[in-house]
Design a binder for this molecule. Structure first.
Ligand SMILES: Nc1nc2c(ncn2[C@@H]2O[C@H](COP(=O)(O)OP(=O)(O)O)[C@@H](O)[C@H]2O)c(=O)[nH]1
Ligand SMILES: [Mg+2]
Length: 719
């Protein structure tokens, strides 16, 4: 296949709600560019994208698919994203990697949730957006209303470039305000006529063209002046203004298609070639240190792997964008993160599962390769000595968690391996083996997302699994000071054991001065700190240990053994077996025996004294609290608020955005494990949320009692 220069490449992401027609549109691009001879259809499960078995079962895209086509010498790389929000990962990477986002709307339905959310992703990544009004051939199609809603909900600078002449079942013509022509198609879209604008449309066309010209002028001061002077712009000036507007997100042009009938594709491809930026016109990719790498074909060889998939008969396929330089077959590159060497044995341009070989590929282009040994998703491969590592794509935080288990114990190892593989294919699945909970926890974007993963395990990998309720990683701490001592003594027969430890424990708080005196149960204790040991706990919080021994009653060498004893209890808290945190311990007295004292004795004495003190020190169970941000359409605000009240949420603030209310709250993790499902049913799928861990806070007393009881019963069962 031909090698294209950076300036002759257009990278576009197709996004929008599920069912809006992205995959069908991608198929049209491939057909018009001669990549396929016959168009596949969604109904016959024969499209280039959506080729994977899971997508046939689900009847929709699950992963993004990469396609390419050619139009008048320009290569168009198409990243066809899934529309369903559970598979948002594919949309995030597509928008991040492509230079322009094509937001496809189903003009029967206005702005659907998926469109709204993908719009916000493009906004966050500062990407130019072109709006495609699709599905123009239905009874219920309402182009005008859809565009009004887009102006209201997305941006006021949504600007009509094409409009349908006869939307509805008879749809076959559209007028383009740049070329000032009418495009008319045969019923199957195969024949296109370019006609003069009929008289009946002239008035409307002139009016809309003036709006377009004014919108184009707004993107440049010089153009604006010309517009004020002449009340119009020349054809060239208008095109210049549109280019600038698209690039700077000052204008969001609207184009028209009926993807099923392949109407509008050719003119859309013209527009992609003429009005959308090549990678050279866009900011380069950013490194982890914030450096921008321009897509310079003569620069250092560098590529970024943005997607990994396992394909039948091929094994792992790595999809990449060339960051800079030219990558040629047989190039030897190095992975920046771990310095492993990789040879690029083959380079492909792909159309779903179809591949064409390329001898080389230049900066800004998108390709695929196979047989890499060490490369992982999101790796940067470059020339030896170059340290520029491209920053990872930022995916939304997980929204749901479940524990998963193989039904047969002998599958456990394979399960872990396949789950890692699925994470590489879809980074929004996060896998965590929690040692503390003794559960394999899966995090995902929603119920459907996790069920799809299970489908893979059951059907692709043939490992039967089950989901379990995920446990909550509780913590334990104390609220007041308490004293305790313990003598461990074993002096009958054989080698003896002897250790005695006296301690005071109390809550640790940052900045609290070192202990001096305590009054506990009517008794006064004075301590003098000799040594301080601050232990940062792996699970958060601290254990602060003070050696306050006077007169050498416990040898300094036994302190590590006492700390070991404490740590055993910190790892397996006395209330519920959860990790304990934020405690300080002053060991101020004790006793040794000349012969029988040893490390094990002091470890046991330390551990027992600590346990006893812990129980008298106002122990509390802490639970993880998350910051929750919910974006709610104004009309379901009341229902969302009352639902939150039932989840022990503390509302932190509220604000409004375009048609949305934003609620910020703090909620316990225990109350939001199924929030994705609940919120979706309350808001008809229109509300979205983000969750982020904030802090640990005490659980209410009644819940603490229930948890302790449940733990005791569980322990009882085990005995
Ligand atoms: N009538 C009509 N059907 C369309 C149009 N575009 C797509 N479809 C159909 O809508 C369904 C969803 O299309 P698909 O391309 O999978 O949408 P995606 O989820 O956005 O990728 C399929 O049955 C398509 O045949 C259109 O413009 N008109
Ligand atoms: Mg699709």
């Amino acid at each position: 296949m031909k090698v294209y220069n950076t300036g002759d490449i257009r990278n576009i992401a197709l996004v929008g709600n599920a069912g809006s027609g992205k995959t069908t549109l991608a198929e049209n691009f491939a057909l018009e560019g001669g990549k396929i001879q016959r168009k596949g259809t969604i109904d016959s499960k024969s499209t280039l994208s959506d080729y994977r078995p899971v997508e046939h079962v689900q009847e929709g895209s699950v992963f993004s698919s990469i396609l390419n086509s050619e139009w008048n010498g320009v290569k168009i790389n198409i990243l066809d994203a899934p529309g369903a929000l559970d598979f948002i990962g594919g949309a995030v990477s597509s928008i991040a990697i492509a230079d322009t986002t094509l937001l496809v709307l189903n003009a029967q339905n206005g702005i659907e949730v998926g469109a709204e959310i993908h719009w916000r992703l493009a906004e966050k990544l500062n990407k130019p957006v072109v709006i495609i009004a699709n599905h123009l051939d239905h009874d219920k199609t309402n182009f005008e209303k859809t565009i009004d809603l887009a102006k209201e909900q997305l941006a006021s600078s949504v600007t009509i470039v094409q409009y349908p002449v006869n939307q509805g079942p008879e749809y076959n013509s559209m007028i383009d305000l740049i070329t000032m022509k009418m495009y008319k198609w045969s019923a199957d879209g195969s024949k296109q006529e370019v006609l003069d604008i009929p008289d009946s449309e002239k008035e409307k066309t002139d009016e809309l063209r003036m709006i377009l010209i004014e919108a184009a002028a707004e993107n440049d001061e010089a153009l604006m002046e010309k517009f004020f002077e002449n009340d119009t712009l020349t054809e060239d000036e208008m095109r210049e203004g549109i280019l600038k507007g698209i690039l700077g997100r000052g204008m969001f042009p609207v184009l028209c298609t009926s993807a099923k009938n392949n109407m509008g594709t050719k003119r859309l491809m013209d527009f992609i070639k003429n009005a959308l930026p090549s990678p050279a016109a866009m900011p380069g990719m950013k490194t982890k240190d914030g450096k921008e790498i321009k897509p310079d074909a003569s620069g250092t060889k560098s590529l970024f792997v943005f997607k990994t998939g396992v394909e039948e008969h091929l094994g792992e396929v790595n999809y990449f964008k060339v960051v800079s330089g030219e990558i040629a077959e047989s190039d030897d590159l190095v992975i920046v993160s771990n310095k492993n060497k990789e040879r690029i044995s083959q380079i492909f341009a792909v159309n779903g599962k179809n591949r064409e070989s390329l001898p080389k590929i230049v900066a800004g282009d998108i390709g695929a390769t196979v047989k890499l040994k060490y490369t992982k998703n999101e790796d940067t491969l470059t020339e030896k000595g170059n340290e520029d590592c491209i920053e990872s794509i930022k995916y939304p935080n997980p929204k749901i968690r479940k524990a998963i288990r193989a039904l047969s114990e002998s599958d456990e190892e394979k399960l872990g391996e396949y789950l890692h593989r699925l994470h590489d294919e879809d980074p929004t699945y996060i896998l965590e083996y929690s040692k503390e909970l003794k559960q394999l926890i899966l995090h995902g974007q929603g119920e459907h997302h996790l069920n799809t993963l299970k489908w893979h395990l059951d059907n692709t990998f043939k490992i039967p699994t089950e989901f379990l309720a995920p446990k909550i990683p509780y913590r334990e701490t104390i609220t007041k000071a308490a004293q305790s001592d313990f003598r461990h003594k074993k002096q009958s027969g054989g080698a003896g054991q002897f250790g005695e430890v006296h301690m005071i424990i109390e809550p640790h708080e940052e900045g609290k001065p070192k202990p001096t005196t305590y009054k506990l149960n009517g008794k006064e204790y004075t301590v003098t700190v000799r040594d301080e040991d601050v232990i940062e706990l792996k699970w958060g919080g601290k254990l602060v240990f003070y050696n306050c021994i006077i007169g050498g009653v416990i040898d300094k060498n036994y302190m590590p053994a006492i700390i070991k004893g404490l740590m055993e209890k910190m790892e397996n808290g006395p209330l519920t077996g959860s990790y304990a945190r934020d405690i300080r311990v002053s060991v101020y007295d004790g006793k040794m025996h000349d012969v029988d004292s040893n490390e094990i004795s002091f470890k046991i004495a330390g551990s027992k004294a600590f346990s006893a003190a812990f129980k008298q020190a106002g122990p509390r169970i802490l639970e993880p609290i998350y910051n929750l941000e919910v974006m709610v359409p104004s009309d379901s605000m009341g229902d969302v608020m009352s639902d939150l009240q039932g989840r022990r949420a503390i509302i932190q603030g509220m604000s409004s955005a375009k048609g949305f209310e934003i609620i910020n709250a703090k909620v316990p993790l225990a109350e939001v494990s199924k929030y994705a499902t609940a919120l979706s049913s309350i808001s008809g799928g229109r509300a979205t949320f983000e969750l982020e861990f904030d802090e640990y806070a005490p659980v209410p007393g009644d819940i603490q009692n229930e948890l302790i009881k449940a733990y005791e019963e569980e322990q009882g069962d085990e005995d």
